[in-house]
Design a protein around this ligand. Structure first.
Ligand SMILES: *[C@@H]1O[C@H](CO)[C@@H](O)[C@H](O)[C@H]1NC(C)=O
Ligand SMILES: *[C@@H]1O[C@H](CO)[C@@H](O)[C@H](O)[C@H]1NC(C)=O
Ligand SMILES: *[C@@H]1O[C@H](CO)[C@@H](O)[C@H](O)[C@H]1NC(C)=O
Ligand SMILES: *[C@@H]1O[C@H](CO)[C@@H](O)[C@H](O)[C@H]1NC(C)=O
Length: 427
């Protein structure tokens, strides 16, 4: 354990129980798209999810948000693998919303796909609290941990209500941090996240500015074994068709098993659900050739529900699935703005954090990794929300290159001199 991490000073208001964060599982831990140029044939989408989530509204909103964000990320990252944890991002934004007021608050909650005529803000937080508290602790069958933390600039005075809610509803740890030395602060927080994700997320933050006063972090780590494992002796190099024109060689695993299966003629795709020993599962969705974009457009909670109801245990004589390890880093400011969450970055009202109106989010960063092999799946993700203090913008104009000058008489607006200065040192 490094001395750096030990130097993280836990704030006195933070509860110091060793294991405060109950590990949890929830719908939409990770969503991945192994994609490809033009999203052509052999594409796979992985989704692990908990079958039973107590709060249906919370689950359905989180799924809606997951698919909306997926579509936006797929659009912004054509021809690239996509991997993210929608749940980590939802929790981090809901956590932030504790400090938001007025239209800024409404925008976050609606952006997270909550219908505020049907559910109240309080119920949303209680839903997340419930999710955090009631989900099963890690067992032998499953390694799972998730939690929240906040890193607070030493002199920043947080409102008691924000502190209490962060701890009670989001089980957040809190640490006092010196952002005046942004490099050191970045190293400390990255190390915290790395530790919490079993070393899988090494550098969540690439950059922190000295104006940073508060950083909110959510992390998730997941590791589970297939109920029916693939035999590594049967894994062989095989072709994966990235696009019409591009083929790559990948280690292709293979298996003969009985597992939930559904051929969706309506959407033109085939679904296979692979279960873990914990009974959680990965849903693999293979669109027909050339149908990836059509399928992506139809991804929504209703489609997922229809799929869930249609999957039937079937014998699959030959299942071929590539062994893969994918990783993505995102800066979500523009993406979230596209989904309607804008005010936190521009004219934020985060007065619920400190009681003042001078805070705004400068960036939301997210990193995720997903490894799938013969044994099972290991995934980790983290979301970071960087909050800065708005300062009066210092305006600087430096005439240090050629410029024009016009001397204008006030009364007649006559230009009495007009010139161009290209070299002030020349007489
Ligand atoms: C790192 O993680 C382990 C296990 O999750 C925990 O026991 C330990 O206290 C952590 N160390 C630091 C410095 O956070
Ligand atoms: C929100 O819920 C109300 C009442 O159920 C419904 O009329 C409205 O269309 C919903 N709004 C959205 C954006 O789904
Ligand atoms: C695919 O190959 C064909 C013929 O070689 C070429 O005309 C076309 O531009 C290529 N398409 C892409 C997307 O590279
Ligand atoms: C998984 O489900 C099966 C069948 O319902 C059950 O027998 C088994 O105990 C479950 N395993 C776990 C870890 O919950």
């Amino acid at each position: 354990m490094s001395s750096n991490t030990r130097r993280l000073k836990e704030l006195c208001f933070s509860d110091t129980r060793a294991e405060r964060m109950s590990p949890f599982l929830a719908l939409g831990l990770l969503v991945a798209g192994i994609c490809s140029v033009h999203c052509h044939p052999e594409n796979v989408m992985v989704k692990e999810q908990r079958r039973r989530v107590d709060d249906h509204t919370l689950a359905s909103s989180n799924t809606d948000f997951a698919f909306s964000l997926y579509k936006q990320l797929a659009l912004e990252n054509p021809n690239k693998n996509v991997i993210f944890s929608p749940l980590s991002i939802s929790i981090a934004l809901a956590f932030l919303s504790l400090g938001a007021r007025g239209p800024t608050l409404t925008e976050i909650l609606e952006g997270l796909k909550f219908n505020l005529t049907e559910i109240q803000e309080k119920e949303i937080h209680q839903g997340f609290q419930h999710l955090l508290q009631t989900l099963n602790p890690a067992s032998n069958e499953l390694q799972l941990s998730a939690g929240n933390a906040m890193f607070v600039q030493e002199e920043l005075e947080l409102l008691d209500k924000f502190i209490e809610d962060a701890r009670a509803l989001y089980s957040s740890e809190a640490f006092s941090t010196n952002f005046k030395d942004p490099e050191a602060a970045k190293r400390l927080i990255n190390e915290y996240v790395k530790n919490k994700t079993q070393g899988k997320i090494e550098e969540l933050f690439k950059f922190l500015s000295p104006r940073t006063v508060l950083v909110l972090v959510n992390y998730i780590y997941f590791k589970a074994q297939w109920k029916t494992r693939f035999d590594p002796r049967h894994t062989q190099q095989a072709e994966f068709h990235v696009s019409k024109n591009k083929t790559v060689e990948v280690p292709m695993m293979t298996l003969d098993l009985k597992t939930p299966y559904f051929r969706d003629e309506k959407l033109g795709c085939t679904l296979v659900e692979l279960t873990y020993t914990s009974n959680d599962s990965a849903l693999l969705i293979l669109p027909d050739k050339g149908k990836m974009q059509d399928l992506e457009a139809k991804l929504n909670p209703e489609t997922l529900t229809r799929w869930r109801e249609s999957l039937q245990p079937s014998r699959i004589h030959e299942l071929y699935l590539p062994k893969f390890s994918i990783k993505s880093d995102y800066e979500l400011k523009d993406t979230l703005s596209q989904l309607g969450i804008k005010k936190i970055f521009t004219d934020a009202d985060l007065s619920g954090i400190t009681g003042t109106g001078d805070l705004a989010v400068s960036q939301v960063v997210h990193s995720a990794v997903l490894d799938v092999d013969e044994e099972g799946t290991e995934g980790a993700a983290a979301t970071g929300i960087i909050i800065e203090k708005l300062s009066f913008q210092k305006t600087t104009v430096r005439f240090d290159r050629p410029f024009l000058i016009a001397i204008v008489l006030k009364d007649t607006q006559s230009i009495i001199f007009l010139g161009k200065v290209t070299n002030p040192s020349q007489a």
